[in-house]
Design a protein around this ligand. Structure first.
Ligand code: PLP
Length: 379
């Protein structure tokens, strides 16, 4: 039934062999920079590539400051702490996300509250957030509280699903009204723009991932973006064991974290970042070809970038008619050398989070029953 799609994808990637979902591409200075790390012995926690990667990423995104981390997950964890999320607070987020978003909230002992996504972005819906707050929240002494649980609602973590920017301006405005801090989970959306501005530069803190399957990779790694230089300095301090700078003394003034990205990973990141425009161009070309293909395939819609945005099309997604069609498509593609997978199991359906409050999640469930990710690597 889906032969046309399967043969198209094999042709797209020029192989009759297995086509993976998303694999890294090394075509620039990666080897050179890694060799430099080894030749100079600077492979670990100090070295020029760490500073350079932070500066280059800040320049690329337009953020004031960037601070590296060992993973996107650790960047999210640190971001929660930096905006002041504490044990027993509530954090508004999506059920339609990768587990790391909710793990980071949980590391602090805070509770996720799952709010619905928008049909046009697959990301957190400002209208759904507004509706939930109007019904459940009250402001006391300049802070937002959930009237039913009595807990403080401290932060909101939207995620730019598969690289497609959410309606971030509207969300920021609503969160401001309710004194809620916004942390963008921009793990998947490096290089994606909302009204010409980079995702990850709207929230108070944002997290990006450089895992091997993301648009650019450092092997494993992450980063926080800031518009607030002081907060960035605090982030740097806390991610480097909160050591008081001194040439020989070892003194720490806070509980710190060993979250700093090693120089060898940053070296890879510097080389990858040099080619990011080419990577995104290639991904958008793949998406354009898929758009044409699926115009002529009955029962499958290709998900395209929302209005007013420029998506990096990190991971392409199609929408099947219903759950049965989704399962049939997954079966047939995976049986025929094309890797595909459904969207993540919804967070509210996992044992750790099934007790968490949600708003009904109408669109979220609709997507869970229909979305399939298809191969999206740079060619
Ligand atoms: C990849 C990803 C992360 C972070 O992942 P790491 O593997 O820790 O770098 C966080 N959130 C989302 C939505 C992701 O896709």
């Amino acid at each position: 039934m889906y032969e046309k799609v399967i043969s198209f994808i094999h042709k797209l990637y020029g192989t009759e062999e297995f086509v993976p979902l998303s694999v890294p591409k090394f075509m620039g200075n990666e080897k050179k920079y890694l060799e430099e790390c080894i030749d100079t012995t600077f492979v670990s926690s100090v070295g020029k590539f760490v500073d350079r990667f932070e500066n280059d990423m800040a320049a690329y995104t337009g953020a004031k400051k960037a601070v590296v981390c060992v993973s996107g997950t650790s960047a999210l964890h640190m971001a929660m702490m930096l905006v002041g999320v504490e044990r027993n607070d509530e954090v508004l987020t999506q059920a339609l996300t990768f587990i790391a978003t909710c793990n980071a909230i949980s590391y602090i002992g805070a509770h996720p509250v799952f709010i619905d996504v928008d049909k046009d972005t697959m990301g957190l819906s400002p209208i759904a957030v507004k509706n939930w707050l109007a019904k459940n929240a009250e402001i006391r002494n300049g802070e937002c509280f959930n009237k039913n649980t009595g807990r403080r609602v401290k932060a909101c973590v939207p995620m730019h699903t598969f690289g497609h920017p959410i309606h971030i301006e509207e969300l920021i405005q609503i969160c401001e009204e309710y004194h809620i801090e916004v942390v963008e989970d921009a793990a998947e959306s490096i290089g994606s723009l909302y009204k010409g501005k980079h995702t990850g530069t709207f929230g108070k803190v944002s997290a990006i991932s450089f895992n091997g399957n993301k648009t650019i990779t450092t092997g494993g790694g992450g980063m926080m973006l800031f518009n607030d230089g002081e907060l960035a300095a605090k982030a740097k301090h806390l991610t480097t064991q909160a050591k008081v700078p001194h040439r020989w003394e070892f003194r720490h003034d806070h509980i710190g974290y060993n979250y700093r990205m090693p120089n060898i990973n940053a070296a890879l990141g510097c080389a990858q970042l040099e080619n990011i425009d080419k990577f995104i161009e290639s991904k958008r070309q793949v998406a354009a070809e898929y758009t044409e293909l699926f115009k002529n395939v009955d029962g499958i819609d290709f998900f395209t970038e929302p209005e007013n945005t420029f998506s990096n099309y990190w991971l392409n997604a199609v929408i099947l008619k219903d759950k049965a069609a989704q399962q049939a498509f997954l079966q047939q593609t995976n049986d025929n050398g094309v890797m595909t997978r459904p969207i993540w199991e919804l967070m509210n359906r996992l044992p750790m989070f099934e007790h968490c409050e949600n708003d009904g999640l109408e669109n979220t469930i609709w997507f869970a029953d229909r979305v399939v990710n298809i191969p999206s690597s740079v060619r």
